[in-house]
Design a protein around this ligand. Structure first.
Ligand SMILES: Cc1ncc(COP(=O)(O)O)c(C=O)c1O
Length: 378
């Protein structure tokens, strides 16, 4: 009997090797991974630049009590690419959200603003630790204790309800600009515009969770960049450490100025090796943005309209390489299994949705092959 407490439903074969967007499993077959290790392997498997960075000697761990230039370098890269002023590193996505909540909280308190009412969204996912869970609609029925803050969950994408609720009272808003676990949900431009105007006029805090949508997935370094949102805090994680644990909280100066030493901290967040890989990842993402934009256009012009003619498909939601195919029947798991037999790894959510998060390095030919296989199986 397995000694590992299995809490997921893994594919039935063990991984032997990986290269590019392909994994070799113990049946000797190659599988195209269209889910990139839950959205982490932006550069696919065994990328030579990451292997090279791993093979150089490194000083193991340098604690937060020692300065090291890599922290400054990666923070500098991130601020230049995003327009934020400061960066604090974490080990994971959920830990970045915890830090973001603490930072916004101290800013609210120290600037005399109310901490009474937080606005989050239905179908949101922000992580599995207790603070993140308090703001996560998808896990709200699990019966764990919640943070002591009143959180209201609004329908994602409804500008009228958003306006009414924010005008009633709002300490801060937390939002995934494109909801990931919720099924790649994208709102109309008007929704983001209204959020941005209300944020500017009313002065509440705005946390944008880009843990799944960011890092080049939509063809922009942050998916919120073209949406006109001007958040106080952005969280990123997943592929940031090139497969090693790393998250980051990006802060505007006005928030960072309200935080004092001792308010927050971490032992392993921003560890040396993760940061070394993240330098490589960030550089490669920058180079791949144009490629993802080209794939986005190809999908929007040709492949999504084609998929939408399939009578079994109800809807396709897509931005760059962030893709959800919503089926008419509850057969997403069956489709996932048939695709697995044919050599494609995809993810299914809530019976009706197939979610794809391919590595950013996927070629035009590989993407077209994957979309055609999917269409045929569906
Ligand atoms: C939008 C979003 N926020 C937060 C998280 C939590 O990240 P982690 O699993 O690294 O804790 C996830 C994970 O999937 C996510 O998609």
């Amino acid at each position: 009997m397995s000694k590992f407490l299995q809490l997921f439903h893994p594919f039935p074969l063990k991984v032997i090797d990986g290269k590019g967007i392909f994994l070799t499993l113990e049946d000797g077959k190659e599988y195209m991974d269209l889910f990139s290790g839950l959205g982490v392997n932006l550069l696919g498997y065994n990328h030579p630049a990451l292997l090279a960075a791993l093979s150089e000697p490194f000083p193991m761990h340098l604690s937060a009590l020692l300065e090291h230039p890599l922290k400054e370098e990666v923070a500098g890269d991130l601020t230049r690419l995003t327009g934020f002023d400061k960066v604090f590193f974490s080990n994971s996505g959920t830990e970045a959200i915890e830090g973001a909540i603490k930072f916004i909280w101290k800013w609210l308190e120290r600037t005399g603003k109310s901490t009474e009412r937080v606005i989050a969204f239905r179908d949101s996912f922000h992580g599995r630790t207790l603070g993140s869970m308090t703001l996560t609609d998808l896990l709200s029925h699990q019966g764990f204790p919640k943070l002591d803050i009143k959180t209201v969950f609004l329908p994602f994408g409804d500008p009228d309800i958003l306006t009414k609720e924010i005008e009633q009272s709002c300490s801060f808003v937390i939002i995934e600009p494109i909801q990931g676990a919720g099924g790649v949900r994208i709102a109309e431009p008007k929704f983001y515009k209204i959020l941005s105007i209300l944020h500017r006029e009313l002065g509440f805090g705005l946390i944008v969770d880009e843990i799944q949508s960011g890092l080049g997935r939509t063809g922009y370094f942050l998916s919120s960049q073209p949406l006109g949102l001007n958040p106080d805090i952005v969280t990123i994680a997943k592929g940031l450490g090139g497969g090693l644990p790393l998250g980051a909280i990006l802060l505007k100066e006005r928030i960072a100025n309200a935080i004092k030493p001792g308010d927050h901290g971490t032992t392993m967040g921003g560890n040396y090796l993760s940061l070394r890989l993240s330098k490589v990842v960030i550089k490669k993402i920058k180079e791949l943005l144009e490629h993802v934009k080209n794939l986005d256009k190809l999908l929007k012009d040709i492949h999504i309209p084609e998929l939408l003619t399939n009578p079994e498909i109800k809807n396709v939601r897509q931005e760059g390489l962030f893709i959800a195919i919503e089926l008419r029947k509850d057969n997403a798991d069956d489709i996932k299994e048939i695709l697995f037999e044919k050599g494609y790894l995809v993810n299914s959510i809530r019976k009706k949705i197939i979610r794809l998060l391919p590595p950013l390095i996927i070629s035009i030919e590989e993407l077209e092959d994957a979309v055609n296989a999917l269409n045929e199986v569906i």
